[in-house]
Write a protein that binds this ligand. Structure first.
Ligand SMILES: NC(=O)c1ccc[n+]([C@@H]2O[C@H](COP(=O)([O-])OP(=O)(O)OC[C@H]3O[C@@H](n4cnc5c(N)ncnc54)[C@H](O)[C@@H]3O)[C@@H](O)[C@H]2O)c1
Length: 372
C-alpha cells in the first residue's frame, strides 16, 4: 500500500460542502433557515462587546478583491475567505465565492470547515432582514430589488417570509438576470414586477434593496428615487471604490452600519467625511441607540458584511448538521499518540537512510533548489 494511503488518525474536524448545506436547507425549509439565522445573528449581535473584532483584511487587484474575515469570542474563533470579482460571471464564474472555519479557542482545533458561498447568501439576506425588522416600517409590503444576480433570490425570499413583503419590483442592467430570478421564484406567492429602470423599480417601494456588483463608484440610487418612510438596504457597495448610493441619499436619513471602522472604508459611507454620523446596528438591537423614530423618516442600512455574520452562520449550520447527522469527517489534522512526535505522522514514507542530495531524483532536486 502506498504510504500516503495508510490509515491515519485525525482530529474530528467536520466538513460541510454546498451539497450538505443544500440538504440542510431542503430538510429544514428556507423559512425556518432564515428564521434560525436571524435568531442566531441577533443573539450574537447582542453579545457584541464579547467579541474580539477587526476590520477584514483585503487584498485588492485590478479585477477584484480577496478578503479574510476573522473574529472570536472566549470560546470560538472563525474566519471566512471570500472574494469579490464583478467580472467573473462573464467567464462563467461566481462573483462571490467563500469558505470558512470554526475553531475551538482553548485548543485551536478546527471544528468545522464549511462552504460559505451559499451560506453567505443566506446570512446576508438574514442580516438584511434583521436590520429591516429594526429599521423599516412594519407595514412595508413592496420592495424594489436592484441587481438580480446570485444574491437576489435570497434577499427576495427572506423579505417575503420574514418581513411580509408581497411585491418585488425588479431591475438589472442584464435583463437575463431578472428573467432568471422570475423563473426561480415563479412558484412563490410573491408578485414580481420587471421594471425598465432603477427609478421605475423604486416607484411605490417601501424598502429599496441594492445588490449590484460593479467595481466602480456607481450611483444606483439617486435622491429622486427616495420617498418619505423608505428603508434602504444597500448590500452591494462593500469595497473601497465600489458604491451604490448617491451621497445625498446618505444625507437623507440616519445611516446604520455593521462595524464602523470597516464600513467607513468599504461601505457607501466611504464617500462621506470621517465624522459623518453612523450608528452600529448592534446598538439599535440592544436598545442603546434609536432606530427609526418616525413613519416618514428615511433609514439606510449600509451593509458590507461583517465577520460576526459568518461566525453566526457557521455556528448555526454546524448545529443543524449535528442535529440532522449531516456533513462528513475531514481528515485535516493528524492525531498523534505523542504530540511532540509529529515526525511519526510521515509513517514509513521516510527512507531510513538518505545519502545526501544523491538520494533526490533530478526533478525533486530542481524543486528543492528553486526554494519551492
Ligand atoms: N453586504 C454583504 O454582506 C454582501 C454579501 C454578499 C455579496 N455582497 C455584494 O453584493 C453584490 C452582488 O453580489 P452577487 O453575488 O449577487 O453578484 P452577481 O454578479 O451575481 O450579481 C450582480 C448583478 O448586479 C447587476 N448590476 C451591475 N450593475 C448594475 C446597475 N448599475 N444597475 C442594476 N444592476 C446592475 C449585474 O448585471 C448582476 O446581475 C456584490 O457587489 C457583492 O460584493 C455583499
Amino acid at each position: 500500500m502506498h504510504p500516503l494511503n495508510t490509515p491515519a488518525r485525525h482530529l474530528p474536524t467536520a466538513f460541510l460542502s454546498p451539497q450538505h448545506v443544500a440538504e440542510i436547507v431542503h430538510t429544514r425549509g428556507l423559512p425556518a433557515i432564515f428564521q434560525g439565522l436571524v435568531e442566531t445573528l441577533r443573539a450574537d449581535f447582542l453579545r457584541w462587546p464579547e467579541f474580539d473584532k477587526s476590520a477584514r483584511v483585503a487584498s485588492h487587484s485590478a479585477k477584484g478583491v480577496i478578503e479574510l474575515m476573522p473574529i472570536a469570542d472566549a470560546s470560538t474563533y472563525s474566519f471566512k475567505y471570500v472574494n469579490g470579482h464583478p467580472g467573473n460571471t462573464r467567464q462563467g464564474l461566481s462573483t462571490v465565492m467563500a469558505f470558512g472555519v470554526l475553531a475551538d479557542v482553548d485548543t485551536g482545533i478546527p471544528l468545522l470547515v464549511s462552504e460559505l458561498t451559499l451560506t453567505t447568501a443566506l446570512r446576508t439576506a438574514a442580516t438584511s432582514v434583521m436590520a429591516a425588522q429594526a429599521l423599516a416600517r412594519p407595514e412595508s409590503r413592496v420592495m424594489a430589488l436592484i441587481g438580480n444576480g446570485a444574491q437576489s433570490e435570497f434577499q427576495a425570499l427572506a423579505f417575503h417570509y420574514l418581513m411580509g413583503i408581497e411585491e418585488i419590483r425588479l431591475f438589472d442592467v442584464d435583463a437575463a438576470a431578472t428573467e432568471k430570478l422570475m423563473r426561480n421564484l415563479q412558484g412563490t406567492s410573491l408578485r414580481l414586477v420587471q421594471c425598465a429602470s432603477a427609478l421605475e423599480a423604486a416607484r411605490g417601494a417601501d424598502i429599496l434593496t441594492t445588490v449590484t456588483a460593479d467595481k466602480a463608484l456607481a450611483t444606483i440610487v439617486t435622491p429622486d428615487m427616495v420617498t418619505p418612510g423608505m428603508h434602504i438596504n444597500g448590500v452591494g457597495g462593500d469595497c473601497p471604490g465600489k458604491t451604490e448610493l448617491h451621497p445625498e441619499v446618505l444625507r437623507r436619513g440616519p445611516v446604520f452600519v455593521e462595524y464602523a471602522p470597516q464600513s467607513r472604508v468599504e461601505g457607501d459611507v466611504q464617500q462621506m467625511p470621517a465624522d459623518f454620523p453612523v450608528t452600529e446596528l448592534w446598538q439599535v438591537l440592544s436598545g442603546a441607540a434609536a432606530g427609526r423614530t418616525s413613519a416618514d423618516q428615511v433609514t439606510v442600512f449600509d451593509s458590507v458584511g461583517f465577520a460576526l455574520e459568518d461566525y453566526s452562520a457557521l455556528r448555526f449550520m454546524r448545529a443543524q448538521a449535528l442535529a440532522l447527522g449531516m456533513g462528513e469527517p475531514l481528515p485535516l489534522i493528524p492525531a498523534l499518540a505523542d504530540p511532540k512526535n509529529l515526525f511519526s505522522a510521515l509513517g514509513n514514507a521516510v527512507p531510513q537512510r538518505v545519502e545526501g542530495v544523491q538520494a533526490l531524483d533530478s526533478a525533486a532536486r530542481s524543486v528543492a533548489y528553486s526554494g519551492a
